[in-house]
Design a protein around this ligand. Structure first.
Ligand SMILES: NC(=O)c1ccc[n+]([C@@H]2O[C@H](COP(=O)([O-])OP(=O)(O)OC[C@H]3O[C@@H](n4cnc5c(N)ncnc54)[C@H](OP(=O)(O)O)[C@@H]3O)[C@@H](O)[C@H]2O)c1
Length: 301
């Protein structure tokens, strides 16, 4: 699993974020997911999550950098504090260079392992974006490039654009329940069946963010987001399979994600070590194939 660190340093104070990272590391998790705009909308500047990870790496000594896989995202940082995503820095050659240098400084590292484009930039030619990203790979500033929040059409275009280094992974919104087709999730883009098949065809690693729907599978205080509904078949499958494996419903979702045929890596948001523990127990529990199939069927009933 990837540890989602979106609110580290804002809603999750630094000491609590450190406790989450420490606990995840002790359990064996090694994949930290951040971005260069987390979390400007939560009374932050957009620096906090990367800076928290940078401080945690520094506090753990020089060897720690190579122990973990660091993924960050660029392109969706507002040009000025107070602006929104409609005034994002985007993915031009110059914007990419500036954002990566700033991210490396905040993370206090000389390279990241995965660099995502966070949201699409329709104002910059894909050739320019991919060329600028490829140059970063050649310079060793990132090991690999990836993308997030692309529609099937734009993913196809990106993959058809000649590039020294193509995207290797795609991070989209994904959970067990699917929203009604008319739901406006913008700027989020779902990992739908079409995108998922493209990933299989082109050998892209799939990652799914917001898998727990903010805790709505298990918590009475967290209603399902607008556009989502839990039908009786899905509810029964999650509960009965949960009882069988001693998992709660959110844990069943995570466990299912890593075992389904179209495997994906859940990017799980956490704010306490207990939530880290819960996610880890989920992804290390093996559901048998008939239970995975049951969940798959119930999801569409
Ligand atoms: N690429 C993108 O555009 C994009 C967009 C969104 C997110 N992301 C990434 O995905 C990560 C996860 O996103 P998310 O926070 O929306 O996802 P989420 O995993 O659906 O929700 C995380 C929240 O669920 C609650 N939770 C966690 N474990 C729980 C448990 N065991 N029981 C009950 N509630 C639990 C926590 O809420 P409380 O903290 O309130 O307790 C936690 O903050 C982010 O951190 C970020 O790295 C990427």
């Amino acid at each position: 699993m990837a540890l989602g660190t979106m609110y580290f340093g804002t809603q999750v104070p630094r000491n609590q974020a450190f406790a989450c990272l420490n606990h995840a590391y002790e359990l064996g998790a090694r994949f930290w997911d951040t971005a260069n705009n987390y979390a400007f909308w939560a009374n932050g500047t957009g620096n906090e999550s990367e800076e928290t990870i940078g401080a945690w790496l520094a506090a753990n000594g020089t060897g720690m950098r190579d122990e973990v896989t660091l993924a960050t995202k660029i392109g969706a940082r507002p040009r000025s504090l107070g602006d929104g995503l409609d005034a994002s820095m985007g993915l031009s050659r110059r914007a990419i260079r500036t954002q990566v240098q700033d991210s490396l400084r905040r993370l206090d590292v000389d390279h990241v392992d995965v660099l995502y484009t966070h949201i699409d930039d329709a104002n910059t030619a894909l050739e320019e974006t991919l060329d600028a990203l490829s140059q970063l790979v050649d310079e060793g500033l990132t090991r690999t490039i990836a993308s997030s929040n692309l529609t099937a059409a734009r993913l196809t275009e990106a993959l058809e654009t000649p590039s020294a280094h193509p995207y290797t992974a795609l991070q989209q919104r994904f959970s067990y329940l699917e929203p009604a087709p008319s739901t406006d999730l913008s700027p989020h883009v779902l990992l739908d069946d079409e995108v998922s098949s493209l990933c299989s065809e082109l050998n892209l690693t799939r990652l799914g963010y917001s898998p727990l729907l903010s805790g709505a599978y298990t918590r009475a205080d967290r209603p399902l987001p607008e556009g989502y509904e839990m039908g009786p078949a899905a509810s029964a499958a999650l509960t009965e399979i949960g009882n069988k494996y001693r998992l709660d419903r959110g844990q069943v979702v995570l466990s299912w994600m890593v075992r389904r045929r179209e495997k994906l890596i859940p990017v799980v948001g956490v704010s306490t070590p207990e939530q880290v523990q819960s996610a880890w127990e989920a992804v290390t529990t093996t559901l048998n194939s008939s239970d995975v199939e049951w969940l798959e069927r119930a999801r569409h009933e």
